[in-house]
Design a protein around this ligand. Structure first.
Ligand SMILES: Nc1ncnc2c1ncn2[C@@H]1O[C@H](COP(=O)(O)OP(=O)(O)OP(=O)(O)O)[C@@H](O)[C@H]1O
Length: 341
């Protein structure tokens, strides 16, 4: 049910945190997201990957209206999200829901399952109590739980069941977009598969779009239509999931994929040997000019140290911000060259 017009369109997004000095005055700004461009169509899943600290949750929290955009635009349908800061009106908040990583801390332990699942209905609709209860039963059935679970508290459930409850609550208002921030990384492998299948089913049945944040590239490839790759606040590559996974165009995406363990032990041994023979790679470092990946990149060229690459079109779809593709048309200006508001 993917259509062409974007549901969410993010252009040149900046997210900035301000440090605090001892006197409580604002210290130096830290730009966690530097000019990101992303879009998600209705019913589409966009996987956002990158190492810890690259800015994925900062984008997610800005889309959810938990953190204000410091610059750029974010359109959701006809709504200007960036202009609303953290004060989304109810009609917008209803349409964008979230499921977070840790089902042990994201559910209020003093509430019953019925209260948790019907809370969004209580806040955002005029439904009466019995109607809400009926809806709670339907929602629990959607996530393979049942009426008998209504009166129980979160501590009476396993991690996977708690994540089902969180998903039921996120579905309550029939949102158009759900932000999934590491939704299965706290779960064991077989429970992960069950939750992923559940998310799949709900997406196909209800036409919801997902912004899926995860470290696990194999998982993201499995569930996403498109993948965007972040490095130090920049989107360095974006494109159809299969193309990014099988033919990564940015050296950083390639490095991320090389870190995914191979099932074949012989191939895994060969890869380990090749890695040992390769020169040591520096830790990530914020460069003041040029490409953010320059000090780790095996293909670094002189211009990478002075110029930020624009996003070049890539064969098979999508873009890569890397001068290795400079023979292709640039479709977006270099990210991070604009100024945060
Ligand atoms: N509230 C905050 N105040 C100051 N700095 C922050 C804040 N939240 C995040 N940061 C910083 O912003 C950068 C990006 O963080 P973010 O959580 O968005 O990354 P991430 O890619 O989601 O990481 P992870 O995968 O570990 O969750 C990090 O350097 C982080 O320390």
């Amino acid at each position: 049910m993917v259509t062409d017009r974007p549901l969410l369109e993010i252009n040149d997004l900046w997210v900035t945190y301000w440090g605090r000095s001892l006197l409580g005055l604002s210290g130096r700004p830290f730009h966690a997201v530097k000019g990101a461009n992303l879009s998600i169509r209705p019913g589409e899943t966009l996987g956002l990957v990158g190492e810890s600290g690259s800015g994925k949750s900062s984008i997610a929290n800005t889309v959810l209206g938990l953190v204000p955009a410091a610059g750029g635009s974010m359109r959701f349908g006809d709504e200007d999200l960036a202009g609303m800061g953290t004060r989304y009106p109810s009609n917008v908040r209803k349409q964008i829901q979230a499921v977070f990583q840790d089902p042990y801390s994201s559910l209020n332990p003093s509430m019953t399952v019925e209260e948790i699942v019907t809370e969004p209905l209580r806040v955002h609709t005029t439904m009466g109590r019995s109607e809400r209860r009926q809806r709670a039963v339907e929602l629990l059935e959607l996530v393979s739980l049942s009426r008998e679970h209504l009166e129980r508290h979160p501590h009476q459930f396993s991690g996977g069941q708690r994540q089902r409850i969180a998903i039921a609550s996120a579905l309550a208002l029939q949102p158009r977009l759900i932000v999934l921030d590491e939704p299965v990384s706290a779960l064991d492998v077989s429970t992960q598969n069950q939750i992923i299948n559940l998310l799949y089913e709900r997406r196909d049945a209800l036409g919801i779009a997902y912004l899926l944040i995860a470290h696990d590239l194999a998982l993201v490839h499995h569930i996403s239509d498109r993948i965007a790759v972040m490095y130090l606040g920049h989107i360095v590559e974006e494109g159809p999931s299969d193309r990014v996974y099988r033919r990564p165009a940015h050296p950083y995406t390639k490095a991320l994929l090389d870190a995914v363990p191979l099932l074949d032990p012989q191939a895994q041994r060969a890869r380990r040997a090749a890695r040992k023979a390769a020169p040591a790679i520096d830790a990530p470092r914020v460069s003041t000019t040029g490409c953010p990946y320059q000090n780790r990149c095996p293909h670094v060229m002189p211009r990478c140290q002075t110029e930020m690459p624009p996003a070049y079109a890539v064969d098979g779809g999508g873009t890569a911000s890397c001068f290795l593709h400079a023979d292709r048309p640039a479709v977006l200006p270099a990210s991070g060259t604009g100024k945060a508001a």
